[in-house]
Design a protein around this ligand. Structure first.
Ligand code: GLN
Length: 491
């Protein structure tokens, strides 16, 4: 096995024993990037010197640990890739946009502070759809990331760079952000694990805001255990962030030792098996549900009757919030500025006109329209009410079952260019990942098979703050299968 193929827990065992060094591991990752990233195009920025410097410091800490014993932080010496939506002090953070093309944050996002404190080694920043708006990375203002399983296909989005970096072994793990599926859908399309935490579980301080009532940060990893480990590091209260919830962080990784899912009640919502979904996806998902049954879970049908409304609701609320959040990019305070004249409005108009790409402009216009006088009640307010109904669907279902299972994406990875000119088709890629975000509940996507040679993802949804249970189910499934071990041949 090559060093770059290791998971967090495998690498940690070897680092602990002194069988490998963090410098060697970091070099292996950097070499891997050199070997494949010109084809995969996962990274916007690679910080090799910074990474090696951190790795040397981690090796000293490991050496010290071997001399004197004691605890070591959970990610000590482990390379990581971070979505460019997340502020990294001293390292350019573009959010995939030209308007932040020259933005070097003077501070770290809270999740970055936590990862650094846990010993993580920053390798670089990953590509994404501009401001996390998209499902394919084709909306990046820089380039399109490729799916390592088939370079002519998208990796999903918006955290496609992070997912491809993990799938192509160009990092040990990554962070993404998920507003309506951007961690889970790319994970499903690349045979990786993606976890969206409960709203409020992880701080968004220092994360470029898209739609603040929906945005969450989540790990993309090679297996479920690693997802539990990273979630344990990044979760927790943050006094800088008003929506972050003050509640103890359970030992997510430790909770996995309870492997039995006997008598666990698993809900199967009929609304998640729709006309038009890819046949191979449906059969892989149904097969996975049968496996959960054979592991002792009891499945039962549940209904989430407002599922159909998740898409229109999301595509009103998310753009409405985005139109407000993106008002700050005016060429005055920071970021890109196009100075065509001395007149203030002219500078703003030119800066925003150039700085934002077409999808971002579309969302700002949709959102502004939905919030404008006369339309607010008909669109924005109505959508808020439907959001409540969607949340109540889950509340009711969770009275009967412990977790809910379904496909992550209606199809496997699509071709680059296939949907890019048809925004509605692109939005449909998210049909199964929007409702959980609107309801604020946690969901994990993990590998459950292949259809026509391309990965399929399964989602497990849980009650708010019940990430432990969700992880246990995913882990039980993973222990009984080998899908997550498959690696793409990058050609
Ligand atoms: N694809 C969805 C969108 O375009 C979700 C994106 C996300 O979760 N950031 O809004």
């Amino acid at each position: 096995m090559q060093l770059f193929e290791l998971t967090i827990h495998e690498a940690r065992t070897l680092l602990e024993k002194g069988e490998i060094t963090s410098v060697a591991l970091t070099r292996a990752i950097l070499d891997r990037i050199t070997a494949v990233d010109s084809r995969v195009q996962a990274y916007l920025t690679v910080v090799a010197d910074h990474a090696l410097e951190q790795a040397r410091a981690a090796d000293e800490q490991w050496a010290e640990h071997r001399r004197t014993g004691g605890m070591t932080p959970p990610l000590l010496g482990i390379p990581m890739a971070i979505k460019d939506e997340i502020c990294t002090r001293g390292v350019r953070t573009t959010a995939g946009s030209k308007i932040l093309g020259n933005f070097v944050p003077p501070y770290n996002a809270t999740v970055m502070e936590k990862l650094y404190a846990a010993g993580g080694i920053l390798i670089g920043k990953t590509n994404q759809d501009e401001f996390a708006m998209g499902s394919s990375t084709e909306n990046s203002r820089y380039f399109t990331t490729r799916n390592p399983w088939d370079l002519s296909r998208v990796p999903g989005g918006s955290s496609g760079g992070s997912a491809s970096a993990v799938a192509a072994d160009e990092t040990i793990f990554a962070l993404g952000t998920d507003t309506g599926g951007s961690v889970r859908q790319p994970a499903a399309l690349t045979n990786t694990v993606g976890l969206r935490p409960t709203y409020g579980r992880v701080s968004r301080y220092g994360v470029v805001a898209f739609a603040s009532s929906l945005d969450q940060v989540g790990p993309i990893t090679k297996d479920v255990r690693d997802a539990a480990t990273v979630l344990g590091v990044i979760a927790g209260h943050d006094s800088h962030e008003a929506t972050s919830v003050n509640r103890p962080v359970p030992g997510y990784a430790a909770a996995l030792s309870n492997k039995s899912i006997k008598d666990l009640r698993v809900g199967v919502p009929r609304e998640y098996f729709i006309e038009g979904m890819q046949k191979g996806v449906e059969s892989a998902v149904r097969e996975a549900i049968r496996l959960l049954e054979s592991l002792g879970a009891t499945t039962q049908k549940v209904t989430l009757p407002h599922t159909d409304y998740a898409l229109p609701t999301y595509y009103l609320l998310a753009p409405a919030e985005a139109s407000a959040n993106l008002a700050r990019y005016d060429g005055v305070k920071y970021g890109y500025r196009l100075e065509e004249s001395n007149e203030m409005w002219e500078v703003m108009r030119a800066t925003r006109g150039e700085g934002f790409g077409p999808e971002v402009k579309r969302r700002i216009m949709l959102g502004t329209y939905a919030l404008s006088t006369g339309y607010y009640d008909a669109y924005y307010l109505k959508a808020q009410k439907v959001r409540t109904l969607i949340k109540q669907d889950f509340d009711k279902a969770f009275e009967q079952v412990d977790v809910i299972v379904g496909p992550t994406s209606p199809s496997t990875a699509f071709k680059i260019g296939e949907k890019v000119d048809d925004p509605l088709q692109m939005y449909l890629a998210d049909v199964f990942t929007l409702a959980q975000a609107l309801a604020g509940i946690p969901t994990i996507s993990f590998p459950c098979g292949f259809a026509d040679g391309l990965p399929v993802g399964l989602q497990i949804m849980a009650r708010a703050f019940d990430e432990e249970r969700m992880l246990q189910v995913a882990y039980a499934y993973e222990q009984a299968t080998e899908w997550h071990k498959r690696r793409p041949v990058i050609s």
